[in-house]
Design a protein around this ligand. Structure first.
Ligand SMILES: Cc1cc2nc3c(=O)[nH]c(=O)nc-3n(C[C@H](O)[C@H](O)[C@H](O)COP(=O)(O)OP(=O)(O)OC[C@H]3O[C@@H](n4cnc5c(N)ncnc54)[C@H](O)[C@@H]3O)c2cc1C
Ligand SMILES: *[C@@H]1O[C@H](CO)[C@@H](O)[C@H](O)[C@H]1NC(C)=O
Ligand SMILES: *[C@@H]1O[C@H](CO)[C@@H](O)[C@H](O)[C@H]1NC(C)=O
Ligand SMILES: *[C@@H]1O[C@H](CO)[C@@H](O)[C@H](O)[C@H]1NC(C)=O
Ligand SMILES: *[C@@H]1O[C@H](CO)[C@@H](O)[C@H](O)[C@H]1NC(C)=O
Ligand SMILES: *[C@@H]1O[C@H](CO)[C@@H](O)[C@H](O)[C@H]1NC(C)=O
Ligand SMILES: *[C@@H]1O[C@H](CO)[C@@H](O)[C@H](O)[C@H]1NC(C)=O
Ligand SMILES: *[C@@H]1O[C@H](CO)[C@@H](O)[C@H](O)[C@H]1NC(C)=O
Ligand SMILES: *[C@@H]1O[C@H](CO)[C@@H](O)[C@H](O)[C@H]1NC(C)=O
Ligand SMILES: *[C@@H]1O[C@H](CO)[C@@H](O)[C@H](O)[C@H]1NC(C)=O
Length: 572
């Protein structure tokens, strides 16, 4: 299936910052900002707009409807509506070209919750966005950024937690997929789909379903499939069956920063294929599409399983949580998964059991139920079978099509090794970690996806090796409070990065941090995000982007840049 891809590339940086850059080498040491002498004049922007067929957009933040500002778009009823969806990953928000979801990086410069008389400013949003409709727009945008030494960022849905697409950004939106039937590259015999860069999960799931297939994608159906999600790894409720999303990629279609339009597969430009499959988005090239494996659909068993400490007391509840974890490896090995949230006195999970009929669902759940019964815990359990994956997905992650996923801004997380959970001594430490995290009210519940991606076949790729021994990806949920002061929110962000993250890291040696669900302040990112793949990733980066045009914070090679408070990037 081929789809039109619509990518936005954001050019530039913040609106403030007036200093001129000084150059100490033949490469400019700092990127230009508005107000600099080097900054393009409006007729130069107009010229760019011509070369890219009118696809240049001057950013108007979505929340400009909430402010009496120079944008002239104030609209109190639109603002009231926007407030209800602002902290939720819904497409109304995602399709605004310059916006990002991270409240931390929104930085109060133009949000619905500040005083109507406060001027709406761009802050961390880009001044201009290129709405990419094809190769020519990417080439035009890149050539312009090079010529004027402007910071450029690729942006898709803007879901990324603080740091990646948050700053001067571009954007990708999705188009309704135009389909021709499954297209696989010649080297692959099974069913496959070619997805344009802007495709979101819900579109991909619908597309796969319409041909009797299912595919790996995120739990939030508005996460972009092709952008940061797959390029950073991509875990799914189907991962125990099919691996990570990066494991499923057959082919990448890209435009490199020197303007080449390339196909990367395990056999062709294989270094680029390898790096794009797990090495992080926004770093190596602009992706236009990806071709990924589809999987034959069938029934999917499910259940909502929850239990709490109401009868047994807190100590017995935590023992039950430890055993729940200890029972997971066998369950996962069958291709199944649980996604769950843990609070200080309750655990609530939904199960995904591809191919399981009701008899099979009950058989798979039996060890869990037997243990709870043995402890006199009466769980809530609703085994059932959906006719296809699409129906299963929206039974637990609906409503269709966009879901209703709150966006937690203080992202931090840990991939916890299976070996720790399987050993009773270290299992007790993991349980203690869960207890500690859930006692911090502002960050409860602790959300986990469980998976095993150890044995499924996949091409060689750049995923950190700790994925293969990983079993739980857990993230404390910290929500943004618009009534609190900005200082309080900054303190919470630092607490997530400097207290909770080290606590998770210390309790789970041999684990790793998933670059797509990490805090922007994370210090040990090279080792924890990339492990022993870093050096090779850096050499691919140097080959395809020798001038380091593409920068994302904590991306491969990003330590060669420093960013000041105005968004100015300078070479270190
Ligand atoms: C509510 C929610 C639920 C989530 N659930 C899951 C989950 O179940 N599993 C999981 O693995 N992750 C999950 N994530 C994390 C998600 O994978 C990351 O946020 C991911 O970076 C989003 O990618 P994006 O392209 O949609 O977003 P963006 O923020 O637009 O982009 C992210 C990064 O990718 C780069 N990029 C985007 N498009 C391109 C392109 N075309 N070419 C090159 N680089 C590009 C950007 O420069 C940026 O660095 C979730 C996030 C949220 C907010
Ligand atoms: C680019 O050109 C199109 C078509 O002429 C126009 O609608 C758009 O406003 C222009 N963009 C900018 C930033 O001027
Ligand atoms: C909003 O700002 C105006 C002008 O500065 C001020 O008079 C008003 O009290 C403020 N409103 C609130 C709710 O803070
Ligand atoms: C981007 O371009 C596409 C195709 O021309 C168009 O449908 C879409 O509305 C544009 N997006 C914006 C935000 O202008
Ligand atoms: C999913 O596919 C099934 C089987 O082809 C079909 O009956 C159903 O209508 C599809 N669901 C959606 C939402 O398209
Ligand atoms: C349910 O699935 C099991 C395992 O695949 C199979 O042996 C059994 O016959 C199925 N039962 C029914 C009623 O289809
Ligand atoms: C605790 O579990 C019991 C038994 O399943 C249930 O009736 C009760 O509603 C649960 N309480 C909470 C707070 O979930
Ligand atoms: C379990 O883990 C502990 C602590 O790391 C270790 O000392 C012990 O040898 C492990 N047990 C087994 C059976 O691996
Ligand atoms: C949990 O918190 C207690 C008390 O602060 C501490 O002693 C213990 O080491 C912590 N355990 C883990 C696994 O973080
Ligand atoms: C937010 O804005 C303040 C200035 O008001 C600045 O000091 C700070 O660095 C900004 N934070 C981010 C994350 O952009």
């Amino acid at each position: 299936m081929s789809t039109k891809s619509l990518v936005f590339l954001g050019l530039i940086s913040t609106a403030f910052g007036l200093a001129t850059s000084t150059s100490h080498s033949n490469l400019p040491s700092c990127r230009a900002l508005p107000g600099d002498a080097a900054w393009p004049k409006s007729h130069e922007w107009a010229k760019l707009n011509k070369t890219i067929n009118g696809n240049l957009i001057a950013t108007i933040p979505e929340a400009s409807v909430c402010h009496e500002s120079s944008f002239g778009t104030f609209d109190s009823s639109a603002c009231a509506q926007l407030k209800t969806t602002w902290d939720v990953a819904l497409p109304s928000h995602i399709s605004a070209p310059g916006d990002v979801l991270s409240q931390y990086f929104q930085n109060y410069t133009c949000v619905p919750f500040t005083n109507v008389s406060q001027n709406c400013e761009l802050g961390n949003f880009p001044n201009y966005v290129v709405n990419v409709t094809g190769v020519n727009d990417v080439r035009g945008a890149i050539a312009f950024a090079k010529k004027y030494n402007i910071r450029i960022v690729i942006k898709n849905t803007g879901h990324d937690p603080p740091g990646e697409a948050a700053c001067p950004s571009g954007h990708t939106i999705s188009s309704p997929p135009s389909t021709s039937l499954p297209t696989a590259p010649p080297y692959y015999k099974g069913p496959a789909a070619k997805l344009g860069a802007g495709i979101e999960g819900w579109e991909a799931y619908g597309l796969a379903n319409s041909t009797g297939h299912r595919m790996v994608g995120g739990t939030c159906p508005t996460v972009g499939v092709v952008g940061g999600y797959t390029q950073g790894g991509g875990h799914s409720i189907l991962s125990s069956s099919y691996g990570t999303s990066a494991d499923n990629v057959l082919e990448w279609e890209v435009v490199t920063v020197d303007g080449q339009h390339l196909i990367a597969t395990p056999n062709q430009n294989s270094d680029l294929y390898w790096a794009l499959s797990g090495g992080g988005g926004g770093t190596f090239a602009v992706v236009l599409s990806m071709t990924a494996r589809l999987h034959t659909d069938s029934i999917v068993g499910g259940t909502l399983l929850s239990f709490n400490d109401s009868i047994v007391g807190n100590a017995a509840y935590w023992e039950a949580v430890g055993v729940f974890h200890a029972l997971l490896p066998d369950f996962l090995d069958g291709g199944n998964s649980f996604t769950y949230s843990v609070e200080k006195n309750s655990l609530s999970a939904y199960g995904t059991m591809p191919g399981a009929n009701l008899t099979e669902v009950n058989r798979l759940l039996k060890p869990f139920l037997a243990d709870l019964a043995h402890r006199n815990i009466t769980p809530y359990n609703t085994p059932q079978v959906s006719p296809n994956y699409y129906t299963h997905f929206y039974t637990y992650l609906g409503p269709a099509p966009y879901g209703y996923d709150a966006f937690y801004p203080f992202t931090n997380s840990r991939i916890i090794p299976r070996s720790l959970v399987a050993n009773s001594t270290t299992n007790a430490v993991v349980t203690d970690l869960f207890r500690n995290i859930t006692l911090v009210e502002a960050f409860s519940p602790f959300y986990c996806d469980s998976f095993t991606v150890a044995t499924q076949s996949h091409p060689d790729n750049s995923l950190h090796l700790a994925w293969r021994d990983g079993m739980l990806l857990c993230a404390p949920a910290g929500s943004w409070d618009w009534n609190a002061t900005p200082e309080e929110m900054t303190a919470r962000d630092e607490y997530a990065a400097k207290t909770l993250q080290p606590m998770m890291d210390k309790a789970t040696p041999g684990g790793m941090v998933y670059l797509n669900e990490a805090n922007h302040l994370y210090a040990d990112w090279k080792e924890s995000f990339y492990g022993n793949k870093y050096e090779r990733l850096l050499s691919v980066k140097n080959k395809y982007d020798p001038q380091q045009l593409l920068y994302v914070k904590t991306g491969v090679g990003s330590d060669r840049w420093d960013e000041d408070g105005n968004g100015r990037l300078c070479r270190v």
